[in-house]
Design a protein around this ligand. Structure first.
Ligand SMILES: [Zn+2]
Length: 163
């Protein structure tokens, strides 16, 4: 971002509360670009005794992860994660448990991950190229590299299973 979205003046770097931030050059305007992270929900979907991982249509071959999506305005994350499972896989689900929150700082996102148990008839939408069905053991052994957030989510999921 180069220009102030409020008044159109140039943005400059300024130290605010010990953090360098982009702010409007015009002090009377006072715009500060906080760059708050965007929440993204992620579903580890359990379906017919196996876990589903998916390759997004925009991703390279062999890169699989969880079902993810943005929240709608006013939507809580539990609702959003079930809506994404419905939209992308065609499945009805319920939240089995919350896995964790993850800072994906490269993309300025906060990933909110859940295990979702789902039923119904699978029907992939255009966002997904392919899916894999993995047993719990296969899921634990699956190499998600370079998706280190997915690796972390699966490790935390495993720790929850062992509690
Ligand atoms: Zn301004």
């Amino acid at each position: 971002m180069k220009f102030c979205p409020t008044c159109g003046n140039r943005l400059i770097s300024k130290l605010i509360d010990d953090t360098t931030r982009l702010t409007c050059k015009d002090e009377a305007c006072g715009f500060i670009f906080w760059n708050n992270p965007v929440p993204v929900v992620a579903a580890l979907v359990f379906y017919q005794g196996q876990y589903i991982i998916a390759r997004n249509a925009a991703w390279p071959k062999n890169i699989y992860s969880l079902i993810t999506g943005y929240l709608e305005q006013g939507e809580n994350p539990e609702k959003a994660v079930l809506r994404e499972a419905k939209e992308e896989l065609g499945l009805e689900g319920h939240v089995h448990h919350f896995i964790g929150n993850y800072n994906f700082s490269e993309k300025n996102q906060l990933i909110i991950a859940y295990e979702v148990h789902a039923t119904g008839d699978l029907k992939l939408n255009h966002e997904l190229a392919e899916i894999k069905h993995l047993t719990p053991d296969e899921l634990l052994q699956y190499d998600f590299h370079p998706l280190y957030i997915t690796e972390k989510i699966i490790r935390d999921w495993q720790n929850h299973e062992q509690d």
